[in-house]
Design a protein around this ligand. Structure first.
Ligand code: NAD
Ligand code: UDP
Length: 311
C-alpha cells in the first residue's frame, strides 16, 4: 500500500511510519512541524519507500501518485500544546480533516482517523465503552481539543454515509514511549524528565485521578490491526491497566532512583477524574490486546529520555 500519514513527524505518527515501512508499505509523511520534529523521521529519509511533504493540511493536501490509505494523526495532542494552540487545534480537526477526507474520497482510499479518549470528556461511566457518548464541556479549557476530535469523528462518518468513503476511527487512550518531547507537559514526560534531573515530581490536584497508559508499540500495532480490518469503528485502543497519578509518580521515582519525592500543584479545570478503556471490541473484532506492562514500558521510555536529555 501507499499510505499518507498526516502528522507523521509527531510522536505516534513517526512510530506509525516506522511500522508501515517495516511491513513493506510506502509512506508519504505530511507534517508542518507544529508540534512534531523532523528529527523523529530523519532515520527514514534514505529509505526508498519513504517521502516527506512539509505542508499544513489546513491548506489542502496534494499528493502525486497512487494513494491507498490516508491516516490522520495531525493535531496538537498534549494539553500544554492545545492550550497554547487553540485555533490551530480546531482548524486541523475541522478544515484539516476535511481536506484529508477529500483526498481519500478522490483516490478511493481508506481513511483512518486518530480520535481520542477525550471524546468521553470527564466520563461518568467506567470503564469507557465505545457506546458512551461522553461528558464534554463545550466551552471548557479542553474544549478546543475535545470538540475538534468529536467534529472530526462526525465529519468522517458523514463522508462514509454520504460518499461511501471506507473509514477507520480509533479512539486512542494515553500513549507513551520514546520520542515523546521531554517538555510536552504530559504526565509521563514531565515525571521522567523531573526524576532524571533529581527534582520532585509535580502532581496536579491530589493525585487520585486515574489514567490508563499504553506503550507506543502496542498502540501502533492496534492502529495497523484496525487499518487492515473491515471495521469502521470507533474502536478504543489503549491499555486497560489503570493507575492513579500518585502510583505513577511512585513507580517513576522507583525506576529512576529519584529521592526528591513529589510536590502538589493546582489541578487544571475539566481534568478528567478517571479514564480506562473497555477494549472488548478491539479484542473481539481485531484480535488485539496490549502486551507491554507499565513497568516495562516506563523502563524503555526512561532509557530513551536518558539518551535525549544527556543525563
Ligand atoms: P504530536 O504532537 O507528537 O504529533 C502530532 C503531529 O501533527 C505533529 O508532528 C504536528 O507537527 C502535526 N501537525 C499538527 N497540525 C498539523 C497541520 N495543520 N498540518 C500538518 N501537520 C500537523 O502528538 P501525538 O501524541 O503523536 O498524537 C498524534 C495523534 O494521536 C493526534 O491526532 C492526537 O490527537 C492523537 N492522540 C494521541 C494520544 C497520545 O496519548 N499520544 C492520545 C489520544 C489521541
Ligand atoms: N498531571 C500531573 N502532573 C504533571 C502533568 C500532568 O499530575 O506534571 C496530571 C494531569 O492533571 C492529568 C494526568 O496527569 O490528570 C494526565 O495528564 P496528561 O497531560 O498526560 O494527559 P491527559 O490529561 O490528556 O490525559
Amino acid at each position: 500500500m501507499r499510505v499518507v500519514v498526516a502528522g507523521g513527524a509527531g510522536f505516534l505518527g513517526s512510530h506509525l511510519c516506522d511500522a508501515l515501512i517495516v511491513r513493506g508499505d510506502r509512506v508519504v509523511c505530511v507534517d508542518n512541524y507544529l508540534t512534531g520534529r523532523s528529527a523523529n523521521v530523519d532515520h527514514l529519509l534514505d529509505h526508498e519507500s519513504f517521502e516527506v511533504l512539509e505542508a499544513d493540511i489546513c491548506n489542502g493536501v496534494e499528493v502525486d501518485g497512487p494513494v491507498d490509505a490516508v491516516m490522520n494523526l495531525a493535531s496538537p495532542a498534549s494539553p500544554k500544546d492545545y492550550y497554547r494552540l487553540p485555533i490551530e487545534t480546531l482548524d486541523v480537526g475541522s478544515i484539516g480533516t476535511r481536506n484529508l477526507l477529500e483526498l481519500a474520497r478522490a483516490r478511493d482510499a481508506r481513511f483512518f482517523m486518530a480520535s481520542t479518549s477525550e471524546v468521553y470528556g470527564d466520563p461518568s461511566i467506567h470503564p469507557q465503552t465505545e457506546e458512551y457518548w461522553g461528558n464534554v464541556n463545550p466551552i471548557g479549557l479542553r474544549s478546543m481539543y475535545d470538540e475538534a476530535k468529536r467534529f472530526s469523528e462526525a465529519l468522517t462518518f458523514a463522508y462514509h454515509r454520504r460518499h461511501g468513503v471506507a473509514i477507520r476511527v480509533v479512539r486512542i487512550f494515553n500513549t507513551y514511549g520514546p520520542r515523546m518531547q521531554p517538555d510536552d507537559g504530559r504526565v509521563v514526560s514531565n515525571f521522567i524528565t523531573q526524576a532524571l534531573r533529581g527534582e520532585a515530581l509535580t502532581i496536579y490536584g491530589d493525585g487520585s485521578q486515574t489514567r490508563s497508559f499504553c506503550y507506543v508499540e502496542d498502540e501502533v500495532r492496534g492502529f495497523l490491526a484496525l487499518l487492515d480490518s473491515g471495521q469502521s469503528g470507533p474502536i478504543n485502543i489503549g491499555n486497560p491497566g489503570e493507575f492513579t497519578m500518585l502510583e505513577l509518580a511512585d513507580l517513576v521515582n522507583e525506576l529512576t532512583g529519584n529521592t526528591a519525592g513529589i510536590v502538589f500543584e493546582p489541578l487544571p479545570s475539566d481534568d478528567p477524574k478517571q479514564r480506562k478503556p473497555d477494549i472488548s471490541l478491539a479484542e473481539d473484532l481485531l484480535g488485539w490486546s496490549p502486551v507491554i506492562d507499565l513497568r516495562t514500558g516506563l523502563e524503555r521510555t526512561i532509557a530513551s529520555f536518558v539518551a535525549v536529555l544527556g543525563v
